[in-house]
Ligand binder design. Structure first.
Ligand SMILES: Nc1ncnc2c1ncn2[C@@H]1O[C@H](COP(=O)(O)OP(=O)(O)O)[C@@H](O)[C@H]1O
Ligand SMILES: [Mg+2]
Length: 254
């Protein structure tokens, strides 16, 4: 079973955009993925028209042991399934602490309930904070997809990320398979190419060949509650996400 955490400890780097459009690309291939919104900002749930009415109807209901994961799954018009989030999810740390039971909760839930749906990829949209929710995502996932932007802070961010992942791996005692994806790439800027060369050197084969370009249709599509393939099927954004999923499948990552 492929469980991918879409991760970066920074906000605004395109995690939600990636989860949304990768799920849509997979659904178009007939795989029916499940997305889990693990960010209290609940942007993915809102874009997918699957907002939870109360905290209990969101993944928080699972943490409170009121609902099973399967009971929380919504169908979306985009063809992907989603378990929504809710702003009350931000209380998880204060409600349940940081013990081993709570940090492994999602992993155990998926193992108990969803293992028989073997071919179904699961994508987890992570929140930017490094608390219990991010730990849940990393512990539950079999793979991590890290978003990297090509701004001037890219290398600094990448160093922090490697450090974070190392610290987490020290706890779970294994190296999590990962791919780094460059997002919001602006080919007109010289700096983008310089940073690309440095990131290639640093991450080698773990850096995806596909880069997601800066694309206005990707900025617009959430406002219309659409994935990029419905909103602008011929845009560069649609092509990039199609290529990304193709690449990840051909390398056995999905
Ligand atoms: N490749 C892109 N080109 C243009 N805008 C993008 C791109 N990727 C994301 N965005 C926009 O950037 C903003 C932040 O992206 P988002 O996916 O919400 O980031 P995160 O989930 O990491 O906080 C959103 O408004 C989104 O529409
Ligand atoms: Mg987000």
């Amino acid at each position: 079973m492929t469980i991918i955490a879409v991760f970066n400890q920074k906000g605004g780097v395109g995690k939600t955009t990636t989860t949304l459009n990768m799920a849509a690309a997979l659904a178009r291939r007939g795989t029916e993925p499940l997305s889990i919104d693990l960010d209290p900002q609940a942007h993915l749930s809102a874009i997918a028209n699957a907002s939870a009415a109360t905290g209990q109807d969101s993944i928080l209901g699972f943490y409170k042991e009121l609902k099973s994961l399967s009971e929380l799954v919504h169908e979306t018009p985009m063809g992907a399934h989603i378990i929504p989030s809710h702003f009350e999810l931000s209380k998880v740390d204060s409600l349940f602490g940081k013990g081993p039971k709570v940090v492994n909760r999602l992993k155990v839930g998926i193992q108990e309930e969803m293992l028989e749906q073997d071919g179904m990829p699961i994508l987890i949209d992570c929140c930017p904070m490094l608390g219990v929710l991010s730990l849940n995502a990393i512990f539950a996932s079999t793979k991590v997809l890290v978003r990297i932007s090509t701004d001037y802070l890219a290398l600094k961010g990448a160093t922090q990320l490697e450090r974070t992942l190392k610290a987490l791996e020290h706890v779970i005692k294994k190296r999590v398979a990962r791919r780094y994806v460059i997002t919001r790439f602006d080919a007109r800027r010289k700096l983008s190419w310089e940073l690309l060369a440095q990131l290639r050197e640093r991450f080698g084969d773990e850096l995806c060949e596909t880069r997601i370009a800066e694309n206005v249709s990707l900025t617009e599509s959430p406002a219309y509650n659409r994935d990029i393939f419905t909103h602008a099927p011929h845009s560069q954004g649609a092509k990039d996400y199609e290529f990304l999923v193709e690449e990840l499948i051909s390398h056995g990552f999905i």
